[in-house]
Design a protein around this ligand. Sequence first.
Ligand code: NAI
Ligand code: MG
Length: 355
Amino acid sequence: MSQFNIAVIPGDGIGKEVIPEGLKVLQAAAEKHGIELSFTHFDWSCETYHKTGRMMPEDGLEQLKAFDSIFLGAVGFPGVPDHISLWGLLLPIRRAFNQYVNLRPVRLFEGLQSPLANKKPGDIDFYVVRENVEGEYSAIGGIQYEGTDDEVVLQQSVFTRKGTDRILKYAFELAQTRDKKHVSSATKSNGLFHSMPYWDSRVAAMAEHYPEVKVDQFHIDIFTANLVRMPEFYDVIVGSNLFGDILSDLGPACTGTIAIAPSANINPEKDLPSMFEPVHGSAPDIAGQNIANPIGTIWAAAMMMQHLGHPEMHDTIMTAIETAIREGHALTRDMGGSANTQQLGQAITDLILSH
Ligand code: NAI
Ligand code: MG
């Protein structure tokens, strides 16, 4: 029997509300498929920061290292600046464990209304492959003459050949498994003088190894417009850390709600744990109300099991999500229903246990 040890970090805000639903669904799917999951909880969060001055203990990464996967809710809450919370927990995990792929599927489900006119299920079905450990998200830079009229701020982007090539390779390999076999690269080589022309040249070089994959590129500004105008055009989108981040909120928003979108921080070599979380954040505006949609978290759980070598568990969970949305079981407010977080989590769990 397969056995996996999962580190669970609910984090802040609605992270604490959606993670229990993810665990409930995982447990049900695991029982069904004879897999044993053991969960170890870590209370690392902005609350921990207030108590200890750190988002996680000094040996936090060491503690996580031995787990098969990390299951995360959301990080960040008013009272702690966002760059402190993110750089104190989420970003160090992504980097230390070489989770250089951030894979974010976007799909319009039957039963959900897209805010875009006349879009039906099948019209929106693509992946955002986001570079996850370098690019624009860097702590390199500084501030000089702070607080004076001469204040100067520098923020450095980092693009390495290794880092650029490996994310592009992942995107092309993924495209090869898809019907459309189509990669679209996000660029801005007209404005960013060094990094994006470099990125484009690596895309062109990588494309030569994949003659059967169709490839194109769009500047990020028109890319965002196109995603709204003609989402059906896209299949696999690859972008730098910043561009991928933006497109992977825009994409799910076009499917009705960002709350259903999952995010897999993948170490493809599998020599260190990967991390699975919803795309959304801690949603302080609705935290504590028990109305958060747990589907992004539950879909992330499905991706985790796929990564751990159990596609049958992934499929079981996805079928339950699809059925719940299509048949309108206990939908939360963001999907036009009136159910609460637990009712939707329970409905999906019941669908798994009864099929
Ligand atoms: P957010 O994703 O938390 O919220 C954006 C909007 O979507 C809000 O109106 C919220 O109510 C709604 N929403 C989000 N998730 C939902 C759900 N499951 N069900 C129903 N509605 C949902 O983004 P925001 O407001 O920019 O950030 C809030 C905090 O979260 C900040 O501290 C930010 O740094 C952090 N954050 C953390 C992320 C992570 O841990 N990976 C990702 C994004 C933001
Ligand atoms: Mg984001």
